[in-house]
Design a protein around this ligand. Structure first.
Ligand SMILES: *Cc1c(COP(=O)(O)O)cnc(C)c1O
Length: 353
């Protein structure tokens, strides 16, 4: 019953097998191999757009590199206050951009509100020398609250960004979960929605360690080969990144893995809402369930060996916040979560209610 994170599980067997296949023979190094070239070609097909692709091994590197192409050292990156780039990357975006400033914005359920973005654009007029210059907007899809921007919401935010001359980055660590849930195409949720550079995460969705920086306007990618190498993310045996990405995309494997993770979370959320005293402040939209548990249920689950994290209640309204003997927790499912894991968890929770 491990619901700590979508990196708690291992990697998908198909991807492991692809690595064994890719292990045979010799190839050129540093991403000039056939596996990496095939991965780029497949991404261009899947996204229905010309693009430049840079494979790296962590999401932090993908985000920081992506932002560095859109933001000068004196630039501002507008992001949600709970964004992974703001809270969980140890200053990598600031480091890779050589000093850009992250400006955190508010919005309910992990989503930047239109008003917050409009305010920020007004607060940072271009040309005012004493301030950082507005440069980019970073949107997390899915958000850190496990919620989704609708396609319309994305369009509205990126229209403001476009009008203000900002480049748009999307942190797609859970991009696959998001398109499955919105039932849209990868193109609709990226370049068609105004995204210039996407961090596409495969790791949490079944790869070992593989993420892609996808630049939809190849002219904007001219610096990235140098930036990636300088960051230490140009893998010498690049074929192993290419093989992961390629196998992940083949036969819609990535979508199948994400669908499974989402459906396990849906089951979990459904079961939990039926238990007296359990509350769900935000809608379950992808593979994460945020819930307020009565203390008795939390203690019973922990005693039974269930693993999950307590979550900061900062994003909750006073009405939603946990009471005296309640805890706010995050439960994450993955491609590796089984129906038994979910069933067992719900059984323990029910019997402690
Ligand atoms: C996990 C995650 C990342 C990537 O993190 P790494 O641990 O560096 O791979 C990026 N953004 C979000 C929203 C995430 O959840």
């Amino acid at each position: 019953m491990d619901f700590a994170s979508d990196n708690s599980g291992g990697a998908s067997r198909k991807i492991l097998e692809a690595l064994v296949t890719a292990n045979a023979g010799s190839t050129p190094g540093y991403g000039a191999d056939d596996y990496s070239l095939a991965a780029s070609r497949k991404l261009a097909e899947v996204f229905e757009h010309d693009c430049s692709v840079f494979l790296v091994s962590t999401g932090t590197a993908a985000n920081a590199l992506a932002l560095s192409t859109l933001t000068p050292p004196w630039g501002a990156v507008f992001c949600h206050e709970d964004a992974h780039i703001n809270d969980d990357e140890c200053g990598a975006p600031e480091f890779f951009t050589a000093g850009a400033k992250l400006v955190s914005l508010k919005g309910a359920q992990g989503k930047i509100s239109l008003a917050a973005l409009e305010d920020a654009v007004e607060r940072f007029p271009p040309g005012l020398v004493k301030q950082v210059q507005p440069a980019s907007l970073s949107l997390s899809q899915a958000t850190e609250c496990g919620t989704l921007y609708s396609l319309d919401e994305l369009q509205n935010l990126t229209a403001i960004a476009r009008h203000a001359g900002l480049g748009v980055h999307m942190d797609g660590a859970r991009f696959a979960n998001a398109i499955e849930s919105l039932n849209c195409t990868p193109a609709q949720m990226s370049w068609k929605a105004g995204v210039d550079v996407l961090s596409l995460g495969a790791t949490k969705d079944g790869a070992l360690a593989c993420e892609a920086v996808i630049v939809f306007d190849p002219a904007r990618a001219a610096e990235l080969p140098f930036r990636r190498k300088r960051a230490g993310h140009t893998l010498s045996k690049g074929r192993f990144l290419g093989a992961q990405m390629s196998a992940w995309l083949d036969d819609d494997h990535w979508r199948e893995l994400a669908r499974h993770a989402n459906s396990m979370a849906a089951r979990l959320a459904m079961g939990l809402t039926e238990i007296p005293g359990v509350r769900m402040p935000w809608p379950r939209q992808v593979n994460e369930v945020f819930t307020v548990l009565p203390g008795d249920i939390d203690r019973a689950l922990r005693a039974a060996g269930a693993r999950y994290y307590d979550w900061g209640a900062r994003g909750l309204t006073a009405m939603q916040a946990p009471g005296a003997d309640e805890v706010f927790v995050r439960l994450v499912t993955s491609f590796a979560t089984t129906q038994d894991d979910v069933g067992q968890f719900l059984k323990v929770a029910r019997s402690a209610a």
